[in-house]
Design a protein around this ligand. Sequence first.
Ligand code: GAR
Length: 208
Amino acid sequence: MKNIVVLVSGGGTNLQALIDAQKRGELTGGKITCVISSNPNAYALTRAADNNIETAVIRRKDFAAFEDYDKALTALLQSKQADVVVLAGFMTILGKEVIRAFENRIINIHPALIPSFCGEGYYGLRVHEEALKKGVKVTGATAHFVNEICDGGPIIMQKAVEVQNGDTPEILQKRVMEQAEWKILPRSVALFCEDKIKVSGNKTEILE
Ligand code: GAR
């Protein structure tokens, strides 16, 4: 059974999707053992507590040097014996140390079809604002492993979502969450926990 540690910063609807998947018996190879937030006021922490999941907080601003923060986060994840780390709306960039310590074991959910609308500065609502500005007719979400290139690691799953007339960034964000993120993130974590994701270079193969 793999220990799933989830990193959050905000509302935690993706964390909720993982908890719901676990309750439905869909995360057979793993268990959500800890939720770590970059923000002590994140509602995601309440969702974890309501489900009797251990929580911790680690704030970037409590460390003068980024390297010290990177080391502390790595040590915290190791102390929780994380087998897989899930970034579920985690808004702090990860450092080299943690990425190397958990190579191909950190899964991120990004609210667009990578390589569109991704990279530094593309997070949360901003991603949907840019998609609407460009006028794309289809957007979606991507679950991928994290490497040292921002949003550049091996893609695990993607799901497309249609843009509709009159969409605002908020409406589009909600549709992308409901139709894509909340489905492909739990599924990707389940596949990882069942050892069904084979990584070769920058690509993955799902062994179904
Ligand atoms: C989600 O839409 C997630 O894809 C996005 O932040 C939101 C968090 O919502 N993540 C990123 O933009 C990462 N680059 P949540 O806290 O309700 O899960």
